[in-house]
Design a protein around this ligand. Structure first.
Ligand code: 6PG
Length: 479
């Protein structure tokens, strides 16, 4: 009688740690890895003394699993998943469940869901966040796809997930590619959070002339308040690390940020769906610009840096920066949830924004105290159009606004780039303004292309056109 509860394929860092986590929670885990050597190293190393069972090949793995089979794929996103599915399919039976736990693109998960459904296989595209430590001790888990798989997977996924106040950071997201979509937006927000923290660090280090040690202490202090989060916490640790030559390690790290593409996917999706994700976009662009290291060095020689030195009160400058970081962070999350709303509409998903916030409270890279407030906002108003319209966030942003402006004024004066914080403030200034200069854009479009415009004194949808070559008076009136 097969006794395996779950088959895990792919023993990379995430796969190994999830296998150990599931084993700890009493599940009989059968593992397989294409390279036997890696599997042996795992079994003789971290998995020694556990109940984890190795399988030499896919038929052996599938034969060892209880029906309906549950399989968790932890292989590299992209072709590798399709190739594995093609080899796996002949070993499966209708009703079996395949979970892709990698960082797959949501459109691939949507396609795989349909392809496997045609064979009676229940497919789940499952975002998993938290890196190595999260996978081992409790990640944030975002499953979506075939909802009929959820009752079978729920005990397993919720038991291995992180818990906050006893609530598992794992809730069903929605059909098709919804799970991986939510993970993608998580990563877009992750890029934004990291960029914002880096801008704050840059302003303190270069603009205010603070040492890594002083900045570390500042982040530690901020981590005791509204900004409390995993990313602020690890930033403080990073800043406290010394290199072997006695210099803070951070000063010896090359300033060219890499990426695997999930932030870019978020921006692409936002452009396609018409969601103005300006802050998140800037975070993605900032990574691209950072990689042009030599070009930047040439530009620095061509232009020379600003000679304006900071001369104000350090304590208040740091306090303003705190507010700038906090307010910008709120904008980043507001934009992320805005995109989720657009996607839900475009793909006809029913998403629970409250559950998504609760899922991100623990285990994942963007985990923070602040996600409790987001969860509450959506619990109070499940159809809230934008976080910025929630009473709590109105108070928070209004309170931080003066400091936000002061910090950006200072950054501009000192020539310190703050693309994400500035994009956040511009977004805010646009969003909260009932009238924008788009009237002029409409007039220009009508001028050169006769594209027509709506009037503020006429019903929406009624199109007008002017003969601009004469006096700007309506040419033919209503169209
Ligand atoms: C997570 C992370 C993870 C991501 C890496 C690196 O939620 O655990 O988002 O999925 O792959 O952190 O991403 P980049 O290489 O794109 O920075």
């Amino acid at each position: 009688m097969p006794s395996g509860d779950i088959g895990l394929i792919g023993l990379g860092v995430m796969g190994q740690n999830l296998a150990l986590n599931m084993n700890d929670h009493g599940f009989a885990v059968v593992v397989h890895n294409r390279s036997r050597e890696r599997m042996d190293r795992f079994l003789q190393g971290p998995a020694q003394g556990t109940e984890i069972i190795p399988a030499d090949d896919l038929p052996t793995l599938c034969a060892a699993l209880r029906r309906p089979r549950k399989l968790l794929l932890m292989v590299r996103a992209g072709d590798a998943v399709d190739q594995l599915l093609a080899r796996l399919l002949p070993q499966l039976e209708p009703g079996d469940i395949v979970v892709d736990g990698g960082n797959s693109h949501f459109a691939d998960s949507e396609r795989r869901y349909h392809e496997l459904a045609a064979h009676g296989i229940r497919f789940v595209g499952c975002g998993i966040s938290g890196g190595e430590e999260g996978a081992r001790r409790g990640p944030s888990v975002m499953p979506g796809g075939d909802v009929l798989a959820w009752p079978e997977l729920r005990p397993l996924l919720q038991s291995i997930a992180a818990k906050v106040d006893g609530v598992p950071c794992c809730q069903w997201v929605g059909p098709g590619g919804a799970g991986h979509y939510v993970k993608m937006v998580h990563n877009g927000i992750e890029y934004a959070d990291m960029q914002l923290i880096s801008e704050a660090y840059h302003l303190m280090r270069v603009g205010l002339g603070m040492t890594p040690e002083q900045i570390k202490d500042t982040f530690l202090q901020w981590n005791r308040g509204a900004l409390e989060s995993y990313l602020i916490e690890i930033t403080a640790h990073v800043l406290g690390q010394m290199d072997s030559n006695g210099v803070p390690l951070i000063d010896n790290i090359l300033d060219a940020a890499k990426q695997k593409g999930t932030g870019k996917w978020t921006s692409i999706s936002a452009l396609e769906l018409g969601a103005p994700l300006s802050l998140i976009d800037e975070a993605v662009f900032a990574r691209y610009l950072s990689t042009r290291k030599e070009e930047r060095q040439h530009a620095q020689t061509a232009y020379s840096l600003s000679s304006v030195a900071f001369s104000g009160d350090l304590h208040s400058a740091v306090a303003h920066l705190h507010d700038a970081l906090y307010a910008s962070k709120i904008i980043a999350y507001a934009q992320g949830f805005m995109l989720l709303r657009e996607a839900a509409q475009a793909y006809r998903w029913t998403l629970s924004y409250r559950d998504i916030a609760l899922t991100w409270r623990g285990g994942c890279i963007i985990r923070s105290r602040f996600l409790n407030n987001i969860g509450e906002a959506f619990a109070n108003h499940p159809q809230l159009r934008n976080l910025l319209l929630d009473d709590y966030f109105v108070r928070q942003v209004s309170g931080a606004e003066p400091g936000w402006r002061q910090a950006l004024r200072l950054a501009i004066e000192l020539g310190i780039p703050v693309p994400a914080m500035a994009a956040g403030l511009s977004f805010f200034d646009s969003y909260r303004r009932g009238r924008l200069p788009a009237n002029l854009i409409q007039a220009q479009r009508d001028y050169f292309g006769a594209h027509g415009y709506e009037r503020i004194d006429r019903p929406r949808g009624e199109v007008h056109h002017s003969d601009w070559s004469r006096s700007g008076e309506p040419a033919s009136g209503e169209e």
